[in-house]
Structures are given as C-alpha cells and as structure tokens.
Write a protein that binds this ligand. Sequence first.
Ligand code: SAH
Ligand code: SF4
Length: 442
Amino acid sequence: MLTDPGQKTTTRGSVFIETYGCQMNRVDSEIVTTLLEEHGYERANSIDDAGIILINTCAVREHAQEKAISNIAHFRAFKERNKDIRIGVIGCLSKHLGDELAERLPFLDWVMGPDAYRALPGLLQQERTKLPKIVLDGKGLELYDEILPARREGINAWVTISRGCNNHCTYCVVPGARGEERNRPAISILREIEKAVSDGFPQVTLLGQNVNSYQHNSDMFADLLEKVGKIEGLKRIRFMTSHPKDCSDNLLEILGSGLPFCPELHLPVQAGSNHTLKRMGRGYTREHYLSLVEKARSTVPGLLLSTDIIVGFPGESEKEFEETADLVRKVGYDDAYIYRYSERPGTPAANMNDDVANEDKVRRLMILNDLVRESGAFNRTLMIGKTYPVIIEGLSAKSDQESMGRTPAGHVVVIPEKMEPGEEVQVKMVKLSGFTLRGRVV
Ligand code: SAH
Ligand code: SF4
C-alpha cells in the first residue's frame, strides 16, 4: 500500500519490497532481501522508512500489469520528496516490457528481470543515472540455489524447487519472462527445508510452474516428495502447481498415504473443450483430465481439488464454453481461480483473433464462479460434524478474538478462541458461513 512519503529522514541502506503476483514472486522477494542483507543493507519496517524501494511485478494478465504500472507511477512522489531514494521495478513485468516500462516510468532507477538479481548490490554502489538502468538478464538462467530466502512470517515456508517453464501454453508469458525450466538439486531443497523447520516453520509448500515435471539427476518429483516426507518435525507438505499432463500415479499414491502429505491438488484445467485445449497447447484432453480426477479422488481420501480456468480464449464458442461448464459440474471443484482471457504480446495466442466479446467473457466467468461456489459449499457441508487436525495460522481476518487455521486438505476454518500460530488442535466442524467453515476445538 502506498502512504504519504512525508518529510522523514530515510535510512539509505534500508529496503522495502512490494510484491505482486504469484507465490514464486514472494519467494523471489525473500531471495532479494537475503542478497541485500548479505551486502549490509537492512529491511525497512515500512515504506516510509525505506531508502530503497523495489516493486516485484507480474505480467500474466494485462489488467494486473496496468494496475501495477499505475500503482508504481505513484512512487514518483517519494522521489519528489527525497531525491536520494532509489526505486526499482523487478520481476516478470520488467522482463516482459523492458524498454517500454522504462519509457513509461522514467523516474525509476532500475528495471530488472528475474534472472538479474545478483547485479542489484553492485548497482546500488553506482552513481544514479538520469534514466532507468535496464538489466533484463543475468549471466544465465538463475536458480539462486544457495541463497536462503529471508522468511519471517507465518507458519508456512514457501520453497521454490524449479524456475521457468518448458511448456508452451499459447496464452502464457511465463516461459518468455522466466525462461526454460531448471530444477534445484534435491539435496539443497532438503537443506533449505530442514533449516525452515528448525526456524519454527511446521509446513512447507514446494513451488514450481509445473512441479510434476521436476527432475534432477535420478530424482523425479515423487522421489523428492518422499525425501521431504522424511524430514523430522515437518508436519505438512503442500505443493503447486501440478500440470495434468505430468501428474503420475506414483504422485497420487504418495498424496494418499496421509500426513505429512496434504491431500490437496491444484490442477489447472484451463478449459473443458478439446478444441480449446488444443489451441491453448495444453497437451491433454478433457477425457484424460476427467480420468485423472477420478483416479485422484479414489486414491487420495479427503482430497481438496482446485483449478485455474481461462474463459473467452480466442475462438471459444458458446458450445466450447458449455463443455467447460460441464466439466466444472462433473468435477465439483472445492476452489477455482477463473480468469478472462487476456491477450499478451509476444505469445502465440496474440496472433489469434481475440474475438470473444468482453461481456461474454464476464458472463462466462460469473457462470463458472457460481458453479464452483455451489460445489465448494456442498463439499464443505459434507465436512460438518467431522473432526480434523488443524494447524493454527493466526487470528481470523474478521475478529481478533477468533483464530484461523487449516485442515490437512487446506480448508480454512475459523475457531472462536485465541490461539498461537503453529498450535495443532483437533477441530470439529460446526457450520459453514459463506465459504468458510467454523469449528470448535474438541
Ligand atoms: N504454471 C501454472 C500457472 C501459471 S499462471 C499453470 O500452468 O497452471 C497462473 C494462471 O494464470 C494460469 O493457470 C492461467 O489460468 C492464468 N493465465 C495465464 N496466462 C493468462 C492469460 N494470458 N490470460 C488469462 N489468464 C491467464
Ligand atoms: Fe504458463 Fe503453461 Fe508454463 Fe503454466 S504450464 S507457466 S500456463 S506455459
């Protein structure tokens, strides 16, 4: 959030990072923090105390891109108040827009891509230039493997296991912005998680654009998971994102074997019509997806299934959309993120005709949202009366007299008691209010 820059004296060596976009950006911000701390900079308590402001950005959809650019434009006021302040944009949007971003926001000091962060401490030593310095790439594709993210908050440690993506979904900027997939060695992932557990994090979420395609030497994703499962003191293991074309039986069996493996699968389908899936370049069919869901449900008891869907992809007819709606009804998702198609320059789909009217995109999005709200509520109702082991994450968003925690599958539950984050309690589900379960400790 932006606040008035005020007249405060700032610490030149303190850094504030504002993060947009996915969880991988969140980890990247923690990595950048570590990199700067290693060079003697410190974390600012608030944006008003910062001498260096970095904005870590996302380029996946145009709407989010434009919103981020207009938010970043407000940072000019900080410069007007204090000419010594340094402001840089990092992340996928920098890589995606490059010069254009520098031209639109000339007051910036740097525009820096996701593989260039090691250059940051060096840049901070250099004299300021009139126009932004544009550093889109590093010496090669990065893993930042040895840099421990500076994590401080919550009960969950987000751990990136791979960067980039080898798929070529025709609508997506990620392969262009983050480069091809490269995977971290299992040994350094395990070391990082062991450290997180000893720092007090009971839960880990493994992150990658497509975790299912993880491979390092002879370790496949299922092997990595089994190794992570042996770490002492680690209570919950989650991961995202799973690609339907690479989700193995082996993986489902591990998921079904019980805690510390959480029965949760985020399995983006994107569309339920084979014609649309083909134009999207997703590499699987509707039939494959539905049979995978069936297998997952029968192998993993109490599975929480969520997805991503794009409505209004170029050429999506009413009939094709109906096939998506039908798939959503058949699967009965617990949660879903539904997006209107957004044309991204440089992607193959940008050469297709973005011919679905915005009002149709909005209507389709609302139809799918309603379906998921219905199935999500229905699935949660079935949990009422049952008891689950819940780890408390903090106070509930609505009241400081209530706590919020998660079941193993990841359902949020609100409990009318104040408890410590990390506490593990048995909770009986009492009722559903909106999309949130309410429960009491038994
Ligand atoms: N690697 C993940 C997610 C990447 S981006 C995966 O493959 O699922 C997160 C989500 O943003 C995608 O799942 C997709 O639903 C959405 N998305 C990506 N590009 C988009 C675009 N051009 N327009 C609308 N939504 C998009
Ligand atoms: Fe983008 Fe597809 Fe890769 Fe996901 S799998 S990051 S949607 S290209």
